[in-house]
Structure formats: structure tokens, C-alpha cells
Ligand binder design. Structure first.
Ligand SMILES: Cc1ncc(C[n+]2csc(CCOP(=O)(O)OP(=O)(O)O)c2C)c(N)n1
Length: 677
């Protein structure tokens, strides 16, 4: 029986939901033709850079999205046009984005491989292999928090299953029983290498199964099988039965990317893949079952072609972005503020306890706050900073697997959709195993989405040298983070600032990293918990002097205060001490005024290594923009460029101490005494 043409979708941009083989065909065909068009535009030099077509893999997004609802979200890879279109992203803004036009989904910031369309439930593509999986966990956490029954489907390739972050994410998803469908599109090629060449057992679903996850293999040539498997996975996710891993075997009909000449691939392999084309199989089935006649199919096919051609004309008519637009949406700007003086009368508490008090307040006042990390909940943290919070707030404070990429990815994903995660990375050195999630992922969100999305997550960690700590537990890494646009960075150096800066970080709409000083956790100082909230940014003048400005942050603030005391008492030199507190945003005006009040002499002191330390940045800015305020060449004192030994006597030889600061002042500014007289 011929099914009437009225069942052919009228709107080719709409997502197809439910069991609808004609709709699936229309959608798969639309994606196929759109990809072919994009490749043509690339050949015509109208698209800059590479594109990664999903030709032959259209059944995955269409079959999975058919099993989802409008509340659900999807995440793709650089091969993600099909997921974007399948989710309902209209073709014109998608093509415009690929063409680098102002009216593109991302205003030309994302291009083909990193586009986002959150308004259509498409969280976005990802150009870092395997990085979407940790993100999906966080998005799923936010879905649970919103409690509207929404779930997440994340797509990735077979090669991605060899990524550490992907494994961490599978473990994390199981550990939290998250409503995620992990969709592995196994096209058997990882760029230019067959998956079977790199792993002896390319039965990838077994990896997830080994973690205790429901996992199965699906024949991707049959879109209906995908739909059935995804429907079961979606039901499990909605019923609280946790994540599912679907390994969908698919052909890779074309090369890895637009310019791929496939010199590494045999003709037989190409031919074998072409024979498995899900689109052709579905077309044959529609005819065979009489769902559509040849004439109806041709009619649909010409409608799709017309749709692609009209959309392309419209996209090509879209203007190029204004180059000035490239500068916007890096972070939300914050104004400098007038700080309250540090308290002197209040009860002294350890800095670690001040942080605990701020966390407690935020958990109490903001239902969207969650706290997670390694050993932070039941044990209360390696240094006791999060003690008792689990008791007070239950599951909102939880221990994670030792999976830093999964922790940061979950923080990022949950922050995108209404949660306020505050996560702890136990030691800043450990950030390095998960840097991708911060630098390639979180830092890009606001910019690439052109402000449509932001990632208001807070990452706490501690760093620095303490006696006996080894070279993998002592690094000061702030310059690495300060180098990255899109992240705000603070290093508190007093109990009050540890409390206030954490609260400011939580209130901020961007990713904020706070680096605490382990050496200072147990130092007791007055804390005024009723102080008015602050915003991020703004340095604190700790001491006013007239002869030299010492600019510091974190651990070297007390060092500089001690040095200032010696300089005054022993050498009659009056030092200003400016605690920068935030390196990003940087309060440049306070540095200039500290220098100007201190006879134009500046010494920046930090515990990070000298070379490439943030001191170099401050000196460069002073030279470039405020040379007139300097009366002598500005100097810096960091840790000698060395690894850090464990023996305290050797550690002390390397790091800035009060005595070294004093010596640096006297040696660098030989006229420092004479000038005063
Ligand atoms: C972390 C990382 N390593 C390497 C790359 C370079 N790269 C881009 S795609 C790709 C192949 C990935 O293969 P697979 O996961 O199977 O996905 P497919 O391309 O087949 O869709 C590689 C190695 C990258 N983008 N990210």
C-alpha cells in the first residue's frame, strides 16, 4: 500500500520524533544533500578550512534523535552537522556559520567543526576527540537538577574510545548513574588509521560493559535498529537506570575531511563501505514496503534539493561578520570596586575554615550549587577545607572517581544549564591531566557561542612549595591559566579574601579558577563573614609606602609584608605592598598607582618560576603602557627556573623568601636609600 505523500514532512528543518520511516528518510536525505553542498562550497573556496562530512553516518543522529524529546539535548563532534540538523537547527544559519557569515549560528566564530545551537537542543560540536563525553555528564547532571525528565545523547567516533577523558567520563557516568546515551559512531576509521590497527579488540561496546554500563552493538545501516536501541536507552535513562553505550557500526563513505585523498585506504574498503550506505538501504526499503513510490521519492528528493539550493542562496547572501566583533564576548567584563579594609576585630579563623564558611554560605543560599571532587565529601578534603559540608547538604556534596577530566567536564556541562558547580582539583599539578576541559572547553564557551552560553563554574585548587612536598606537588601554575582568555583567575592571600573571593567567584558568570595556598590553609586571621559581597577583580593595597612597590599574590603576599617590615626596620626603606588577588581580570590601575606612590620603583614577587611567570606580564605592561610612571627599570623575583626538590633546605634556596625580597630591593634599586635622603 502506498502511504500518502502527506506523511512526508513539510518542514525539512524540524527534528523527526518517533517511529517515522518516511520522516527519517527525508531527514537523512536532507543531511546528505546538505553535506554534499558544504563539500561543493568548500571546493568552490567559499568555505575556509576543512569540513568533516558525516556522509554515510546520517542514520545515527536521525535514529537517536527520533528516540528523544524536545527536552533532551545532543552533543556532537567536528563531524556534527548531522546532529545539528537532526536536532532541528535550521539549515540557513548552519550553512551561514560554515561559510563564516554574521548570521551563522555562532556569527562566524565556530565554523564547520565547533558550531553550537543550544536553542535547538544542540549543545554543540567539539573538535577535541573524546572531549564531549565528560561534558555530557555535566549536562545530564543539569538535566537531573532541572528535573524535567530531559536526557543527553553524545556522539563520538571509534577513535575517541581510546581517549583518557572518554574513559573517565564512562566511569563517572556509571558512578553517578547519569541519564546519558553514549553514541559511538564506529565507522572503523580513526582519521587515517583503522581502529583495528590500534586496538586488538575493536568491539568497543565491551569497554563500556566492562565498567558496568548497559552497552550494545547496533547495525547503523538500519536506522530503525538505531531508533529501537536509542528508545530503550532513553527509557532506561528516564527511569533512573542510568547511562547506555551504543556502538553503532557505520560506513565511512568519504574521506576523514574535505581534502582527504585517502591514499591510505584501499579501493575494496571504500567499495565495501559504500555498499553499507544507510540512506540507500532506507530508500530501497521504502520502495519495497510500498511506503513511497518511485515518483513520490523523486518528488521528495527534488524538494530536498530545492530546499538545499534555496538555503544556500540565502546563506551566501548573508554578510560577513564585522571584524570588530572578534574582540567581544571573551568574558563578561567587571568593574573595579572599592574594597572594605581587612577586618582586625573579628575572631581569627584558619584560612581553610574561611573557605569552608564561604562554601557553606553558598550551598545554603543557592540551590544550584553543587560541590564535588576527590575525597571532598565524606572525608572533608585532603586539608579539611570541605569538612562537614556533606553532612549538612547531603548529595549536593559528593566524592568523585579520581578522574580530573571527568570532574572538570561535569562541572562545565552542568554549569551550561543552570547549575553552579564548585569543584576541587586536589593539587594544581593535577590540573595538567585535565587541562583540555578548562582551556579547550570551558574557556571557549562564551566566545564561541557569542555570549549565547556561559560556563559559570568555579574550580578551586591549591599549590605551592611546602617542606618535603615533591616536584609533582609544588608547582605554581597560575601563569598557565592567566595566559588563557576566557577564564578568570584569583589567588587569595588572607582569610577575608579567601572568603570574599570565593563568594565573588560563585556569583560570577564565567569560569573562575581560584588557586589557594596550601602553606596558608592553617594560618589564622580575622574573618568578617557579614561583609558586603564583592565582584571578581580589584587588587588590595596591604601596605602604603613611598620608596618601592612590592606587587605579589597568594603565598608571596605574607613574604612581601615580612620583607617590608625588614626594609623599614633595618634599612629605612618604606615599601608598598599590593596584593593583586586577581590576575584575570588584572587591576592594572592599582599597580600603576602603587608604583607612582612608591617613587616609580616596582618589584613583582611570585612563587612561580621566573621565566614566563606572571611577573613578566606585569613588567611588559608597565613598559608598554605606563613607562612614564617608572623611575627605574621594573624588576621581578620568582622561583629560580628549576624543578622543586623535596628537601626543605634546597627548597628554600630556590623560592623567594623575605630576605631575598629585601636583597632584590636593595640590589635592584641602588638609589633606594639615597633617594629618600
Ligand atoms: C585530542 C585530539 N587528538 C587528536 C585529534 C586529531 N583528530 C581529529 S579527528 C581524529 C580522528 C578521530 O577518529 P574517530 O574518533 O574515530 O572519529 P571520526 O573522525 O571517525 O568521526 C583525530 C585523530 C584531535 N582533534 N583531538
Amino acid at each position: 500500500m502506498t502511504i500518502p505523500t502527506s506523511q512526508i514532512p513539510t518542514e525539512l528543518d524540524q527534528p523527526i520524533r518517533g517511529h517515522d520511516i518516511i520522516g527519517w528518510y527525508a531527514k537523512m536525505l536532507t543531511i546528505r544533500r546538505a553535506e554534499e553542498q558544504v563539500l561543493q562550497l568548500r571546493r568552490d573556496d567559499l568555505v575556509a578550512g576543512s569540513v568533516h562530512p558525516c556522509v554515510g553516518q546520517e542514520s545515527a543522529p536521525v535514529g537517536v534523535i527520533a528516540a528523544l524529546s524536545n527536552k533532551d539535548l545532543t552533543i556532537g563532534t567536528y563531524r556534527g552537522h548531522g546532529w545539528a540538523l537532526g536536532s532541528g537547527t535550521p539549515l540557513v544559519p548552519l550553512l551561514s556559520e560554515i561559510l563564516g557569515r554574521a548570521s551563522g549560528t555562532n556569527g562566524g566564530r565556530a565554523g564547520s567543526a565547533y558550531l553550537t545551537a543550544p536553542a535547538y537542543g544542540f549543545v554543540g560540536e567539539n573538535s577535541i576527540v573524546g572531549a564531549g563525553l565528560p561534558l555530557a555528564n555535566g549536562v545530564a547532571m543539569a538535566q537531573e537538577y532541572r528535573n524535567d525528565g530531559g536526557i543527553v545523547a553524545v556522539s563520538f567516533g571509534d577513535g575517541a574510545t581510546n581517549q583518557g577523558a572518554a574513559h573517565e567520563a564512562l566511569v563517572f557516568a556509571i558512578s553517578r548513574n547519569l541519564p546519558v546515551i553514549f553514541v559511538c559512531e564506529n565507522n572503523s576509521w580513526s582519521e587515517m588509521t583503522p581502529i583495528t590497527d590500534t586496538v586488538p579488540n575493536a568491539s568497543l561496546w565491551e569497554r563500556a560493559a566492562a565498567y558496568g554500563m548497559w552497552a550494545q552493538q547496533v547495525d547503523g545501516a538500519d536506522v530503525e535498529s538505531i531508533y529501537v536501541a536509542a528508545s530503550e536507552a532513553a527509557e532506561r535513562a528516564r527511569n533512573g537506570q542510568g547511562p547506555t553505550f551504543l556502538e553503532i557500526s557505520l560506513p565511512r563513505i568519504l574521506g576523514h575531511y574535505s581534502g582527504d585523498i585517502q591514499h591510505y585506504r584501499s579501493t575494496e574498503d571504500r567499495e565495501e563501505h559504500a555498499l553499507r550506505d544507510p540512506l540507500q538501504k532506507l530508500r530501497a526499503r521504502l520502495l519495497e514496503e510500498g511506503a513511497l513510490s518511485e515518483a513520490e521519492l523523486e518528488n521528495l528528493e527534488s524538494r530536498v534539493s530545492q530546499f538545499i539550493s534555496d538555503s544556500t542562496t540565502e546563506a551566501l547572501a548573508s554578510p560577513l561578520p564585522d571584524p570588530a566583533d572578534a574582540f567581544g564576548h571573551v568574558v563578561q567584563d567587571v568593574a573595579t570596586q572599592v574594597l572594605q579594609p581587612l577586618p582586625t576585630e573579628d575572631k581569627p579563623v584558619a584560612i581553610g575554615i574561611a573557605i569552608n564558611s564561604a562554601l557553606n554560605l553558598e550551598l545554603e543560599n543557592r540551590p544550584e550549587v553543587v560541590l564535588f571532587g576527590e575525597d571532598i565529601a565524606i572525608p572533608g578534603g585532603t586539608f579539611g577545607v570541605t569538612r562537614n559540608l556533606r553532612k549538612a547538604y547531603g548529595e549536593r556534596v559528593f566524592d568523585t572517581p579520581i578522574s580530573e577530566a571527568a570532574i572538570l567536564g561535569a562541572a562545565l556541562g552542568s554549569s551550561l544549564f543552570g547549575m553552579k558547580p564548585i569543584v576541587e582539583i586536589m593539587w594544581s599539578d593535577f590540573l595538567l591531566v585535565a587541562f583540555d576541559q578548562l582551556v579547550n572547553q570551558a574557556a571557549n564557551v562564551r566566545y564561541i557561542s557569542r555570549g549565547q552560553m556561559s560556563a559559570p563554574m568555579v574550580v578551586r585548587m591549591q599549590q605551592g612549595v611546602t617542606p618535603g612536598a615533591c616536584a609533582q606537588h609544588t608547582q605554581s601554575l597560575e601563569a598557565l591559566i592567566a595566559h588563557i582568555p576566557g577564564i578568570k583567575l584569583g589567588l587569595p592571600a588572607s582569610a577575608q579574601d579567601a572568603f570574599q573571593m570565593l563568594r565573588a567567584a560563585v556569583a560570577d558568570p564565567d569560569p573562575v579558577v581560584l588557586i589557594e595556598s596550601r602553606a596558608m590553609y592553617f594560618k589564622s586571621e580575622p574573618l568578617h563573614t557579614e561583609a558586603a559581597p564583592e565582584t571578581v577583580g580589584t587588587a588590595r593595597l596591604r601596605l602604603s609606602g613611598t620608596d618601592v612597590a612590592l606587587v605579589a599574590w597568594g603565598t608571596t603576599v605574607p613574604t612581601c609584608l615580612e620583607a617590608a617590615e625588614i626594609l623599614q626596620q633595618v634599612h629605612g626603606v618604606s615599601a608598598t605592598v599590593l596584593d593583586l588577588r586577581w590576575l584575570s581580570p588584572l587591576d592594572e590601575a592599582s599597580i600603576v598607582s602603587a608604583v607612582e606612590m612608591s617613587s616609580g620603583r616596582l618589584l613583582v614577587v611570585h612563587e612561580a618560576n621566573q621565566t614566563g611567570g606572571f611577573g613578566a606580564e606585569i613588567l611588559a605592561r608597565m613598559n608598554e603602557h605606563h613607562g612614564g610612571s617608572l623611575r627605574a627599570p621594573a624588576r621581578r623575583l620568582g622561583t629560580s627556573d628549576s624543578r622543586i626538590p623535596a628537601a626543605p633546605i634546597m627548597q628554600e634556596a630556590l623560592i623567594p623568601t623575605a630576605d631575598k625580597v629585601v636583597r632584590a630591593v636593595l640590589d635592584s634599586f641602588v638609589d633606594v636609600n639615597a633617594h629618600r635622603k
